[in-house]
Design a protein around this ligand. Structure first.
Ligand SMILES: Nc1ncnc2c1ncn2[C@@H]1O[C@H](COP(=O)(O)OP(=O)(O)O)[C@@H](O)[C@H]1O
Ligand SMILES: [Mg+2]
Length: 294
């Protein structure tokens, strides 16, 4: 279980990357973390693996109080969480199998055992045939698969995928998302950060929407079951069409109020121009997500 309670993170520059975020993700959930660039998605991931410490609030992952965790326990926390970084962080002077073996080596797994495990994951992800190639010799989709393989070698309970479809065409993006969904079906909690509204539209999963560092919407997904029964009706999320619309309206209303407040407080024309551009981008993406939520 992942829990953030009233979490804020202010960077040295004075920027609040996230402000007063509270959310819970249950074990085994699949969650899309959506929002425009700069809305705080990566910051949340960095907080979960204790790459950074929040300015305020509490972060709990399973039994770990992430903020109070002694340094020597941080590797235990990180073993539970596989991360597919936005910039992948694959080592370019090592082959795919060497990259996949790395987390195992660092955790002290013996070379032979590590190699066998790495081959197993590469085969699960359909890229075993590329194991002796260097990252530069692979296609975008294959590289993304290699990054997923490396994140999975230690069989983490939680998988964080930061914009894993960022540089991929539609078809390859869809393959990667289906792969993450399969991994989730086998029991791993998956949180995928994205600003790809098309992908989000195609899967009926929970969507947590961020805007300027706050949660503006949290829509539960539900399993589409064509053999509808009374039991299924009962299991449907408590969010009715009406309550959902009203939540959306209120969150979008809040976002536009924030925008107004900012506009009133800003007088520097350059800053205003920058904010207008930012808001325009946010509006475009928000309308894509409004579409997705219909
Ligand atoms: N290390 C940092 N120092 C200063 N500001 C940062 C830092 N990291 C992120 N930010 C700022 O925090 C906000 C959220 O960033 P981030 O979490 O990377 O957003 P996202 O992943 O949604 O694009 C942005 O305004 C960004 O510029
Ligand atoms: Mg990011």
């Amino acid at each position: 279980m992942i829990s953030l309670e009233n979490v804020s993170k202010k960077f040295g520059t004075g920027v609040f990357a996230i402000s007063d975020i509270s959310l819970t993700v249950e074990r085994g959930e699949f969650v899309f973390l959506v929002g425009p660039t700069g809305s705080g998605k990566t910051t949340i991931f960095r907080l979960l693996i204790r790459e950074i410490i929040p300015t305020q609030g509490s972060v709990v992952v399973n039994s770990f109080d992430v903020i109070k965790l002694p340094n020597k326990k941080v590797p235990d926390l990180r073993k539970m969480i596989g991360v597919i970084f936005q910039d992948l962080k694959l080592l370019h002077d090592r082959t795919i199998i060497e990259n996949t073996i790395l987390p195992l080596e660092v955790s002290g797994v013996k070379r032979k055992e590590a190699a066998a495990r790495a081959e197993e994951v590469l085969s699960q992800l359909g890229i075993l045939e590329h194991k002796d190639k260097f990252p530069v010799q692979l296609s975008g989709g294959e590289i993304q698969r290699a990054a997923i393989a490396r994140a999975l070698t230690l069989s983490p309970q939680i998988l964080l995928a930061d914009e894993p479809t960022g540089n991929l065409d539609d078809e390859t993006s869809w393959e990667i998302v289906k792969l993450l969904s399969d991994i989730n079906e086998k029991g791993t909690t998956v949180i995928m950060a994205t600003h790809n509204a098309d992908i989000v539209k195609r899967l009926n999963k929970r969507i947590i929407e961020l805007k300027a560092g706050t949660v503006v919407n949290d829509r539960k997904g539900h399993k589409v079951n064509h053999k509808s029964s009374e039991k299924d009706e009962k299991e449907k999320p408590a969010v009715t069409e009406e309550s959902r619309k009203s939540t959306e309206t209120s969150s979008f209303a809040k976002a536009s109020a924030d925008k107004q407040n900012r506009e009133q407080s800003e007088t520097d024309p350059k800053k205003e121009e920058h904010l207008r551009e930012k808001d325009k981008k946010a509006e475009d993406i928000t309308s894509d997500f409004e579409e997705a939520l219909k």
